[in-house]
Design a protein around this ligand. Sequence first.
Ligand code: SAM
Length: 256
Amino acid sequence: MTPDPAVRSIGTDFVLRLPDEASATASQDEEWCEVEVDGKTRRLRFHDYSEIYSIPGLYERLIYERLGCQSPRVIAGLIRQELASREADPADVRVLDLGAGNGIVAEELAELEIEHFVGVDIIPEAAQAAERDRPGLYAEYVVADMLDPASGAAERLQRQRLNALTCVAALGFGDIPPDVFCEALRQVETPALVAYTIKDAFLGEKDESGFSDLVDRLERDGSLVTLQKERYQHRLSWAGEPLHYVAVLAEKRADV
Ligand SMILES: C[S@@+](CC[C@H](N)C(=O)[O-])C[C@H]1O[C@@H](n2cnc3c(N)ncnc32)[C@H](O)[C@@H]1O
């Protein structure tokens, strides 16, 4: 797979080692790597985001260069087509980027000339890494659990008058649960473009994560209408196997 040219290499002060493919047998949420910094080696799970973001460039090297992640590029492609077909001005799009991490999705969307981004993530290291590596990209970055009314996230987000929601590679696997996604939908205006990626199994009939039920319910009551859907290779697993996700572009058409 060709690395995404929009994702820049950052920092090189570490050595990254992945187990050889034959011994990489754990499931997707247990994958790990070894990282050597200043002569000390640590084993990190791919989901140890706080530690991964704290090492400049590690997330880019691991997920994008080594494992060929395509998700931000695919989501940007769907949004590009939709804006073109509506003859919409990208400068009018105001994005809530949920599970924003260190800002790769916003950076990809900035290539489309979208200018206004507000990030939300549950860990402060994500916000710190976004500002360290992509300074000024987010107009505001909210570190909060959106289900905690005392966090003040809802008030901060509503002030931003956001009319698009992105959530890329962050749903399921102990990351963002359906309730948080639903809460983010409430914080964007109506109508709003909604673009997300999710592992294909979480949208199937046998899904037990709750996403499939949530999307069905929102579609049935007309609050969320799917405009485009594309199954694609999200990235390689550490064993070199393709991991398939679905990218969905939808529109919020009524209050949730
Ligand atoms: C795999 S990363 C994806 C980051 C970014 N969207 C990207 O594509 O590069 C998943 C992100 O979701 C965040 N996350 C997990 N649970 C969350 C929650 N409940 N609310 C907000 N963000 C959450 C993690 O901290 C992490 O930054």
